[in-house]
Design a protein around this ligand. Sequence first.
Ligand SMILES: C[S@@+](CC[C@H](N)C(=O)[O-])C[C@H]1O[C@@H](n2cnc3c(N)ncnc32)[C@H](O)[C@@H]1O
Length: 280
Amino acid sequence: MLSYRHSYHAGNHADVLKHTVQSLIIEALKEKDKPFLYLDTHAGAGRYLLSGEQAERTGEYLEGIARVWQQDDLPAELEPYITAVSHFNRSGQLRYYPGSPLIARQLLRDFDKLHMTELHPSDYPLLRQEFQKDERAKVLKADGYQQIKAQLPPQSRRGLILIDPPYEMKTDYQDVVKSIQEGYKRFATGVYALWYPVVLRQNIKRLVHELEETGIRRILQIELAVLPDSDRRGMSASGMIVINPPWKLEQQMNNVMPWLHKTLVPSGHGHTLVKWITPE
Ligand SMILES: C[S@@+](CC[C@H](N)C(=O)[O-])C[C@H]1O[C@@H](n2cnc3c(N)ncnc32)[C@H](O)[C@@H]1O
């Protein structure tokens, strides 16, 4: 079943959190003058028109990137992310939202590599077209979970693996844990960043518990809730679970979360969280 289209949700509060974390990890990997692989297992279409029919229908970006875009007191931690978004909106008017592959494309260096997988028959060709002329990039119409096995460890022995499934199938909650285990067996020093939605809190509790059970150490959880937990209202929060986070990430997220929460949730509902699931 592939009914999910990210174009309905691009630039929402969950994307703001996800892409902030993604950008900070990429910037940290760039601190060493050595190449790395960016592997995006569920890459989406790459570019989203915010005035398009799908984004306008939900208007989710209005409560996400549009709120951040209007501010002139951006914290330093948001700079790489917003610089990437600005590249696609040079007039200053917010028209396009770059998904994770295009954010990576903007931030990576000439000698880094980007490998992306996307299964949707409409989104895959759009993504492939975006990267037609980029010699660093490989775009595959393939199952993202399989690619974790197929592509790790990277030749460079350094990398960020972004795992961002739509969770339209319940099995995604188990598949992400299995694929992290598979990846970790092959490449234990990689940085793994897993996105999750909070729709039913019990699914996330179980996910966190299963990650604890793997025995993997250094797992950081970052979450931003726009509403209290509920079983009726759809997605009330989203988060990123990062394995082997760069050493500065915890502090950077502690710095920026109050600003993000205040900006994205003017009502003050919800909460933020930066906490170790398993420390060293
Ligand atoms: C949440 S969206 C990705 C958004 C993107 N990572 C971003 O941040 O811009 C999830 C994508 O995964 C794709 N997808 C679903 N199952 C997949 C699978 N098994 N392998 C690869 N892609 C898959 C969907 O078609 C959808 O485009």
